[in-house]
Design a protein around this ligand. Sequence first.
Ligand code: FE2
Length: 378
Amino acid sequence: MATVTSTETQKLPISVQADPQPTEEKPVEAKPKIRRQIDEESDNPVPATYPHYLPVWDHGVKYPPFELYEHIDKGKGADPSFKDLLTEGSKLQHLTPTTGSEVTGVQLSKLSDAGKDQLALLVAQRKVVAFRNQDLADLPLTEPVALGSHFGRLHIHPTSPTPEGHPELLIVHRNVNTSEFDFFLANRNSGVGWHSDVSFEKQPPATTFLYALDVPGVGGDTAFVNQVEAYNRLSPAFKERLHGLKALHSGIEQVEFSRKRGGIVKREGVTSEHPIVRTHPATGEKALFVNKGFTRRIVGFKDEESEALLNFLYDHIGRGIDYQARVKWAPGTVVIWDNRVTSHSAIVDWTTGERRHLARITPQGEVPFETPYVPESK
Ligand SMILES: [Fe+2]
């Protein structure tokens, strides 16, 4: 049986949803249920390399709504020479001209604070950076959490499981064989679902980490789209019209979906209104900030107007392979993206039954803001 977690669950067929439980009507005083993936591993022929990272669904864990906090972006004012990050022996290679890079010869767990600040700036500039041969997964779980904390307050996801005792780590875990793959695509042509993580929060994530635990030999890549470049491709008149517009983002459906399926709900769903064009605090770049996963409508537009404009933007973002990058996972890989200026999609394309097991650390950023449209010089 496939196990599916993470924000991707909202679009998956019922039979592969995480944690199906038919006992929703239990009395309130019932003992909280805890489901542990480790207890369901007996029929898995290949043990998890990092069993302490396997997901745990604890129905007893509840959190209050997030309160606003002051986010100071670490990339702002960081040294653009990257001298404390890209030290001697390191290598930076770009995946495409505008989007995505790979780095070797750097150990993230050993970075100085200056190096971490430069990391935030590099990721903001390149949108997504894959670091190879990292030791993060082999360290005590407190260490990746401490690393992520440098970049902002760590988000705790409302419906996703965690390793026991580490709520700041979000676990993505899935095995896919041929029959599950066929079922996944039974009512769709492609499994691609572009989204920016938890954009419904008042302070959506900024510099976001995802690191490999077990990954398929081939397949299960993650695709990223550069939404600064997507903005840049628009005509001046169209850009100008988008400025000043806000969109409603909602996490309510995800929470209700989990609740209906007997999944966990750690925090109630929220909605937020964010500018459609947001400005990055460190680079000053403007980016489209809508995604099909969580954006619901344009504030102040009638239904048909909102739908037409959002669908244009989703199509524009999704088809722009000339401003996208695709990252291939490998053991030891840590992928870091700037969630404010990108969307991403998992690629569910492997049928081998291999485990895809990843951990996410999700520092929250500032309340999204916009700066005025600036006419382009001719
Ligand atoms: Fe995601």
